[in-house]
Design a binder for this molecule. Structure first.
Ligand code: SF4
Ligand code: SF4
Length: 430
């Protein structure tokens, strides 16, 4: 047996017998003594210990074969995918006027037409549903709930057709929360609504400046009221966008929610993300939810601080897990309001990153999106590969104007991963 390429060993500064072994591939954590680590390195492990380490993927029969398997990971994942997921931009309109909104430069009264919605339905009926795949859509905007009739138009036929084919259709809402009333939720549940992602940017004084109504009025009270009213009806995930100046105050939001009766058991997940620079063209807006991360020191500190405060209060937040950028997954798609197709919401607005349209189909984007960028010596020998796969194509493009470089997360993961793993061990209750 050999040591997997995809493990990290963390010594404890104050306890020699509290060494952590973490598998970046399996997400498994093991707390062992110094003696076990020594036995691991010189091949003198006891049988029971060895079996545990094999079961957790820390020891593998052939480390080079494991590395070769990683090269083919996305080919395997794509050919075995049983689910088709797409994020559907229903409109570019919004009842809020967030100053950092990435859609600001092209925001307006642009709505997906009924004809485009019908094309979308046809493409899903004739593609994923015809082949028996599960279908999961994220309805997005602008503000998705400004397009409720269009949600019905898309969801009704897909829900019925999926049931007829013995598969499932479901959808999530990505929403600012101002229109997320119990009535809306109850009406949409029978058509496949399963979850919503709502954004609140910290305590009221911060949120109301960062996410005011178009009129200038604050939106905090209405969103919290809606959250209170709907969180028992379905899964709700809470996001929020922080800045360097205000992230320390975001835990106040969690305390306010709890005092309003929105307790940790009532929200599926909480994750705060930084406001990402828009570079005048595109950005991440409310989609971010930790997809992209950068290694600026303040940002590492902020994300660790907030993660700790979330877990300490008993809320759920994502664990590190094997994850690649959406560009790698054939069955993940972004459909813009006009029927254009992209591989990431942040790419909308960049013509050269459009990969096709609903009417004309998808063109070959392997080269334009540099799919194999991570199949280089540097990444293949990196123990963080399963958590990174070359990083975020959007951040790479922001830096150089092209997807031609790795968005290397080594510095970030070197600084943050051990603390994240220890937070999960010590603080996670869910
Ligand atoms: S480019 Fe990939 S990693 Fe970056 S935000 Fe888009 S989907 Fe996420
Ligand atoms: S981009 Fe950097 S952190 Fe990511 S897999 Fe490659 S070498 Fe590792």
């Amino acid at each position: 047996m050999e040591l997997s390429n995809f493990i990290k060993i963390y010594n404890s500064a104050d306890n020699q017998d509290n060494i952590l072994i973490y598998s970046t591939l399996r997400g498994a954590t093991l707390q062992v003594s110094n003696g076990v680590v020594e036995a691991l390195h010189n091949g003198t492990l006891e049988k029971g210990e060895q079996e545990t380490l094999v079961r957790l993927g820390i020891l593998v029969p052939d480390a080079q074969a494991e590395q070769r398997q990683m090269i083919g990971y996305f080919d395997w994942a794509n050919s075995n995918a049983r689910r088709y997921t797409a994020l559907i931009t229903l409109n570019l309109d919004c009842n809020l006027a967030c100053p950092y909104c990435y859609e600001d430069h092209f925001r307006g009264k642009s709505y997906m037409s009924e004809a485009t919605a019908d094309l979308l339905v046809d493409s899903i009926l004739n593609g994923p549903i015809a082949t028996g795949k599960e279908v999961l859509l994220d309805f997005y905007g602008g503000e998705a709930l400004l397009s409720v009739p269009l949600i019905y138009r898309i969801a009704r036929p897909l829900y019925a057709a999926a049931a007829g084919k013995g598969t499932t259709f479901s959808f999530n809402l990505v929403t600012n929360g101002t229109l997320l009333t119990p009535q809306v939720v109850e009406d949409l549940l029978p058509l496949g609504l399963v979850a919503a992602r709502v954004t609140i940017d910290g305590p009221p004084d911060i949120h109301n400046i960062q996410r005011p109504f178009v009129s200038g009025k604050g939106s905090f009270d209405l969103i919290v009221k809606n959250l209170k009213d709907v969180c028992g009806l379905f899964k709700v995930q809470l996001g929020g966008n922080f800045t360097r100046d205000n992230y320390r105050r975001f835990p106040e939001l969690l305390d306010i929610l709890e005092s309003e009766g929105v307790t940790p058991d009532k929200l599926n997940m909480v994750q705060f993300s930084p406001v990402i620079p828009t570079a005048g063209e595109a950005g991440l807006g409310d989609f971010a939810m930790g997809c992209a991360c950068t290694s600026e020191p303040w940002l590492i500190e902020a994300s660790l601080f907030l993660r700790e405060e979330i877990l300490r209060r008993g809320w759920n937040t994502p664990k590190p897990k094997l994850a690649g950028c959406m560009v790698e997954f054939e069955n993940d798609m972004i459909v813009a309001w006009d029927g254009s197709l992209y591989k990431c919401p942040a790419f909308m607005g960049w013509d050269d990153l459009r990969i096709g349209t609903l009417a004309d189909g998808i063109s070959d984007y392997r080269e334009s999106h540099n799919l194999d960028i991570w199949k280089c010596e540097e990444c293949l020998e990196c123990s963080y590969l399963p958590l990174c796969f070359g990083g975020c194509r959007f951040l790479s493009r922001l830096r150089t104007g092209a997807i031609d470089n790795l968005d290397c997360r080594k510095q970030y993961l070197d600084s943050a991963l051990e603390r994240i793993v220890r937070q999960d061990l010590e603080l996670r209750r869910r």
